[in-house]
Ligand binder design. Structure first.
Ligand SMILES: C[S@@+](CC[C@H](N)C(=O)[O-])C[C@H]1O[C@@H](n2cnc3c(N)ncnc32)[C@H](O)[C@@H]1O
Length: 254
């Protein structure tokens, strides 16, 4: 695409980010938001959603060996591009999402790239169960903040994970006013401004996602960082990367 067509696509995306979202159900609202942005989704979000390549690369390096991976709220499946050379080591990869327009891009990508072990599935991640029932890896990349019942999504992810299985999450967040020791504490402005800003797009930044993940899984890795906001130089939004392990059945909080 030429620089001009990219510029026009970005203006269209920004217009649809600013436009009020319609719909009576969660799925209708997602489609109202994404249906006119889907073709430019990957290019536009590359500048906004930080830490995704690092998360997927870390998991692909450490957890291959024929395992099953479920990417919850996986959208266009673009996160698997950066690890396409390592996808064949997985028995199966499911990309689960409720937005049919983003899934269409995922299906096209799977066909074009001949990822024979990858399947895009329309489904709600708060209830999704894969045909194999239990899996080795689950990931949420910037999807928890868009799932109203995010706690159900985490519980469902835990349910389908095998004991010892890995959960990886990357997303925006804000800290608690009084976070646990060793965790970051954001300023009053950060804690109050970003949730209001993102809520207009039905993206709900929370101080509780990370705490709930830490409560439900054994934390293997956690990093809290600030990422640039696309098109607004110098403005940074907090995001985290979390990797946890499901505890075995006889340990507490499993
Ligand atoms: C910001 S996008 C992230 C997509 C992709 N994971 C990425 O990193 O680019 C959030 C995704 O969550 C999906 N989503 C939100 N609620 C969902 C639900 N209950 N079940 C399945 N997908 C959901 C949306 O349709 C959207 O594709």
């Amino acid at each position: 695409m030429s620089a001009l067509s990219n510029f026009i696509a970005d203006i269209k995306t920004i217009y649809h980010l600013a436009k009020p979202i319609q719909g009576n159900t969660h799925q209708e609202r997602l489609e109202s938001f994404y249906s006119h942005q889907s073709t430019n989704y990957d290019r536009f979000r590359r500048r906004l959603l930080k830490g995704r390549e690092e998360l997927y690369s870390f998991i692909a390096d450490k957890q291959g060996n024929g395992g099953i991976w479920v990417d919850l709220g996986g959208g266009t499946g673009g996160n698997f591009e950066s690890i396409s050379d390592r996808l064949s080591q997985f028995a199966k990869i499911y990309i689960v999402d409720l937005s049919s327009s983003l899934l269409k891009i995922a299906q096209q990508r799977i066909a074009d790239s001949q990822w024979t072990n990858v399947v895009a599935v329309e489904g709600d991640v708060t209830t999704f169960i894969p045909p194999e029932n239990s899996v080795d890896i689950v990931t949420f990349s910037y999807s928890l903040t868009m799932i109203p019942d995010w706690f159900k999504a985490i519980e469902q992810a835990k349910k389908i994970l095998k004991p010892g299985g890995i959960i990886g999450v990357v997303d925006f967040y804000v800290s608690r006013k009084h976070p646990p020791e060793g965790w970051q504490r954001h300023s009053f402005f950060t804690r109050h401004f970003w949730p209001i800003w993102f809520a207009t797009d039905n993206v709900f930044l929370s101080s509780e996602h990370l705490a709930y993940l830490d409560h439900n899984f054994e934390t293997v890795y956690l990093t809290e960082q600030m990422g640039n906001l696309a098109f607004v130089p110098g403005v940074k939004v907090p995001y985290y990367r979390f990797i946890g392990r499901k505890k075995s059945d006889n340990s507490t909080h499993n």
